[in-house]
Ligand binder design. Structure first.
Ligand SMILES: *Cc1c(COP(=O)(O)O)cnc(C)c1O
Length: 377
């Protein structure tokens, strides 16, 4: 019997090897990966990341944040689309959001944060309290106070919750866990404008949407907004644990010496991987090609599933795609796996695809054929 907590519903197989965009299980079976962990190995098992990790392991893999860390500086510089941010490194998405919540409260001297119904921000107490889903919080007692939940894509519902004590509005631009639900452009533009006019901080949770997932480095670039704070994790080091909270320089005074920290945060190994990830992603043409191929994937999927009654919608942005279906999700995931394709689910009725940005057209065709086949049955 397993000696592990049964908090995960694990499939009965183990991946023990990977090559590019393919995974191999302990029986030697080969799978095309349309899941990248859960939106983590965004470049697949990329040789450049592997080489960077090997090189770093031979030098030094950890130093505490009591000393200079030029790799953190290097990654911070590469993360900037706008020089006006400072970076704090941690180890996960939840921790990045904790840092965002803490800096927002401290910088404003206010406590209330408005998030959205059906959002997902992580499992620690602060991030869980920010999350707008009762089932995530069930049984854990009192949540962290002063979070309020507006209706996604509804600015009036935000305005109704704003008080004198509101510090920030926090949102995912595409709600990932609850079903790949994109925010509307009009809503986001109006929300950003409203925040600016009313002196509210805008926090964007890019833990899942960031790092090229949607075809740009950050999803907020599609929406033409400039958040005060944003958070990263999943794809940031292509599978080595890491998180980051970026905030406008003017908020930096709230995070002075001793105010916040992390033992492992910005670990050398994570930073070496992250630096290699960013080198690949910011190389001219890489994200453009990924965007083009993701568009091709969405087109092929839409065409292949058009006449399938069990599919009600194909939606998403770049390589963050949801296939809404009336068919049992667990059955579909298992059927895809039997055919050599790994996919995810989201919410109650969505097959979620978070494929590597490095997919070739041949790999896309291969994945689409399997999905069309299993959904037609
Ligand atoms: C996955 C996720 C998180 C939590 O990240 P962890 O690394 O599991 O703590 C937070 N926000 C969003 C949007 C996510 O998708």
């Amino acid at each position: 019997m397993s000696k592990l907590f049964q908090n995960y519903k694990r499939a009965n197989l183990e991946f023990i090897k990977a090559e590019g965009n393919y995974l191999f299980d302990s029986q030697g079976r080969k799978y095309l990966d349309f899941s990248t962990g859960i939106g983590v190995t965004n470049l697949g098992f990329h040789p450049q990341v592997q080489a960077a990790l090997q090189k770093q392991v031979e030098q030094i893999w950890h130093t505490p944040n009591l000393y200079q860390n030029s790799l953190q500086e290097e990654v911070a510089a590469k993360l900037m689309v706008d020089k006006d941010y400072l970076v704090f490194f941690c180890n996960s998405g939840a921790e990045a959001n904790e840092a965002a919540i803490k800096i927002a409260r401290k910088a404003t001297g206010k406590q209330e944060i408005i998030t959205f119904q059906n959002s997902f921000h992580g499992r620690t107490f602060g991030a869980m309290s920010a999350t707008g889903q009762d089932k995530i919080k069930a049984g854990f007692g009192d949540a962290v106070p002063h979070f309020h939940y507006a209706v996604f894509n509804d600015l009036d519902s935000v305005k109704d919750l704003v008080t004198e004590n509101t510090a920030a509005i926090m949102l995912e631009l595409i709600q990932g866990e609850s079903g790949v639900l994109p925010a509307k452009q009009d809503f986001v533009t109006a929300l950003a404008d409203y925040c600016q006019k009313n002196n509210l901080l805008l926090i964007i949770d890019e833990v899942q949407t960031g790092m090229g997932r949607t075809g740009k480095l950050y999803a907020f670039q599609h929406y033409g907004i400039n958040p005060d704070i944003f958070t990263l994790a999943k794809g940031l080091a292509n599978g080595i644990p890491v998180g980051a909270m970026l905030a406008k320089e003017k908020l930096g005074v709230a995070f002075g010496p001793g105010s916040h920290g992390s033992t492992f945060g910005g670990n050398k190994l994570a930073m070496a991987a992250s630096s290699a990830v960013l080198d690949v992603m910011i190389e001219a043409g890489f994200l453009e090609k990924a965007w083009e191929n993701a568009h091709y994937l969405q087109e092929q999927l839409t065409a292949a599933l058009r006449d399938t009654d069990e599919v009600t919608q194909v939606r998403g942005l770049g390589y963050m795609i949801g296939i809404e279906t009336t068919t049992d999700l667990d059955q579909l995931v298992a059927a895809a796996r039997d055919r050599g394709l790994v996919v995810l689910t989201a919410g109650t009725n969505v097959i979620r695809l978070l494929p590597p940005l490095t997919l070739t057209k041949e790999e896309i065709d291969q994945g689409v054929a399997i999905l069309a086949d299993i959904l037609a049955q």
